[in-house]
Each structure stands twice: as C-alpha cells, then as structure tokens.
Design a protein around this ligand. Sequence first.
Ligand SMILES: Nc1ncnc2c1ncn2[C@@H]1O[C@H](COP(=O)(O)OP(=O)(O)OP(=O)(O)O)[C@@H](O)[C@H]1O
Ligand SMILES: [Mg+2]
Length: 285
Amino acid sequence: MEAAFPLQQIPTEEVHVHPGSRIVMHTDPRSAGADRFRFLRMCLRELWNAGKLKSLLITSPLPQDGKSTVALNLATALAEGGKRTVLLIEADLYHPTLTERLGLEGRLGLADCLEGSLHPVLALRRLEPLSWYLLSAGEPRSNPTDLFQTEALARVIQKLSTHFDWILIDSPPLTPLTDALSLARHADATLLVAREGRTPRESLEKAIALLGRQRVLGIVLNGVEGLDRLYSGYYGYSGYSRKNGLKAIGREEARKEVFRFSMKWRGRALRWRVFRPFGVGIFKP
Ligand SMILES: Nc1ncnc2c1ncn2[C@@H]1O[C@H](COP(=O)(O)OP(=O)(O)OP(=O)(O)O)[C@@H](O)[C@H]1O
Ligand SMILES: [Mg+2]
C-alpha cells in the first residue's frame, strides 16, 4: 500500500536558490566545492549499489559545523540527473534552519507526524529546481527530545523509505542533546561533519565514541579550501578553539585522522574516509 502512493501527487514548490543559501551544487555547479560533492556522491553510490546504504544521518560534534550545508548540497548532488528520488528530512526540531534557508513557509512536518497520525507522505513537498523532496521540521508541541525517543520515529522513516532511493536526515549536533543519537539508530549510517580550524579534535573523537565506530561512514571536513571567499566574515569562529583550550582540527590533523578512522564499514573497506566538500583534494588513507 505504501509503495502505491505516486510521488507525482506531491505538491511542488519553487525555491529561489540564492548564493547565500550555500548550495554550491546549484549556484556554482562548476566549482571545486560542487565537484567535491559529486565525488562524495560517487563514494556513496558504491554503497547504495551494493544495497548497503539508503538512509544517511548527517550530524556533527558541535553546532554550526556545516551539517545543513552538507545536507543541502548532498541532496542536490544525489538528485542531479533525475534518476534517483531523494528525500531530505529536517530533523533538527530545536533549531530548524533548512526550511527558512530555502525561503519556504514552515508547515506541517516531522513533528506533526511524530505527535499525531499525519502520514509523512502528506507532509512532503518537491522542491524545484533542486529536484528533491523535503520533510520540514513542523512545529513540535511537546519536547523534541522525547519525540525522538518514541517508536513513532521508526514508523515515520519506514513509511517514507519505500518511496525513495535516498533519505538524508539533517540532524542537530551530537552535543549537548541526545537527539542525534536517537536519530542515528534509525539510519543506515552517519556522516560526521567537522569544520576545519574550528571543530576540536577531542569533540570529533567523542562524537565517534558516542555514535559507535560502526555507524560512522565518514567525515566531511567542511570549509577547507577557499577560506578567503567562503570564510569571509567567519573569522570570529577561529577564536573558539583558543578560548576553550582545545586544538581545532586542521588539515594536517585531519590527514592523521584519516588513518585513525580508516576502518571497515559493514565489512567493506572504504578507500576514502574524509571528504572535503569545499576543498580540492581528498585525503587518502
Ligand atoms: N564552508 C563554509 N564556508 C563558509 N560558511 C559556511 C560554510 N559551511 C557553512 N557555512 C555557514 O556557516 C553557518 C552554519 O552552517 P550550517 O547551518 O550548515 O551548520 P549546521 O551544523 O547545520 O548548524 P546548526 O548546528 O545550527 O544546525 C551558516 O551560516 C552557513 O552558511
Ligand atoms: Mg543545521
């Protein structure tokens, strides 16, 4: 019955994708950043083809590492060419930013499906020209953390799963809340986002320990190259690591991390462990 619902019946909404939304896959498709996302897509497709991967949680150790930016670009990359159906779930119920960032009106969404009997397919919209589907956060009436701990989450994801080739879940950071951990239980794998020069190494290690190594598919190191262009106005963040006395992850550091995290995932040795969406190179273990 689930599979019978035609996706064509889902309403389409036009999005004005401006450069500030940082969807380089759309606004600057020939850029190095867009190229990195295509490379990430290629790596993920291998696992998809092997039937090992469909739902992917995107999270990070701390706020503002770039989860939503990676989620938006990856969804656009996976949907490129129109062969695959892609759903992006806005699962940060405390600070939902996706819907607003896309210039869309908030409306019924994930929270409403978790709290009531709303069928999640009825809360979806197809975004053009991005060519993927969005399940907005909605407006939770109860505590979001409690909502994620119910069985309703499994039911919602399962109901959606039959309709899509890919399900990406944009999540809150791993600390200070437990939401991302609850979400990770319902995804096939987790992609961790770290922000170069900012995410402390200790936080990354803690994040991996919390999730469990088997769940972590790879690390996307955000904001590596093109610092001048992409980081202008963001230098305020660089003081972060100094303030709390922790060393932020840098290029060399990340290179070492690659060796550390070059483990197997579901029995498959992955050649690439760190993806650099805004960089030009890829770390090779
Ligand atoms: N590579 C980058 N270069 C410059 N700015 C970036 C980059 N990636 C993300 N940003 C900006 O940093 C801010 C945080 O990014 P984003 O919202 O993607 O992070 P997040 O991890 O989802 O944050 P939150 O924890 O609040 O959900 C946004 O204003 C975004 O535009
Ligand atoms: Mg976010």
